[in-house]
Design a protein around this ligand. Sequence first.
Ligand SMILES: O=C1O[C@H](COP(=O)(O)O)[C@@H](O)[C@H](O)[C@H]1O
Length: 259
Amino acid sequence: MSEPEVVVHRDGDLLAAAAAARLVTRLVDAQAARGSASVVLTGGRTGVAVLEQLRRAPARDAVDWGKVDLYWGDERFLPAGHAERNETQARAALLDHVPVDPARVHVMEPSDGRFGDDPEAAAAAYADELAAAARPEDHGSVPQFDVCMLGVGEEGHVASIFPDSPAVHELERTVVAVRNCPKPPPTRVSLTLPAIRRAREVWLMTTGAGKAAAVAMGLAGAGEVQLPAAGAVGQRRTLWLLDSAAAAKVPELFTPPLA
Ligand SMILES: O=C1O[C@H](COP(=O)(O)O)[C@@H](O)[C@H](O)[C@H]1O
């Protein structure tokens, strides 16, 4: 597992543009090395802003989008096409604008999908989908994602893993249904921390003063039960991509000059 690294950008727009550029490089490198690439997308303001910046970046065409597997870290369990679904927002921001292979767009089922209003069944199906995509070299029931992008909530949640919730205690399953979320909508489907930790690189991306306390605690060694973001660690790299407001309380040890 990797030690956290911090990159601070002047503001959220710059962070989103820089993360989009970083993602292009990472996907191109993965395709050069292995023929294809995989990325876990996140919902939330920063995650969607990164995809919007990627849509606008001419360098996006350096990626062979037909050879990218796209997954989600979590999904709001709502009907297909609902404006608050992370999938809907990712499609509008980027996926509808690049030539992805629909078979490689691995969505979490909506609440009016194959399993109806049963988030546990939707979570189990996604776990099966991940297991089917894992190759022998992944050494487990989850693909070794090239990049797992995550937002960070004010109370330190990542994906839909909230502090001291059943999901943060899950050590076996790779995907779980989440009920009674403190942030609406109350029902979600989420990767678990063990699944997230299979990623080569985990990028925790967040902006704004409201996130500063959670970011500082995550970097100061908080436990993952109290602060799930602290448990989101990549195999090779764990990057905290912050704007200066979110970085305001970061321990000095981690504070590099503005990027
Ligand atoms: O609801 C969610 O929120 C988090 C954080 O969102 P943000 O707007 O505060 O950046 C996000 O990471 C998660 O995917 C999403 O479902």
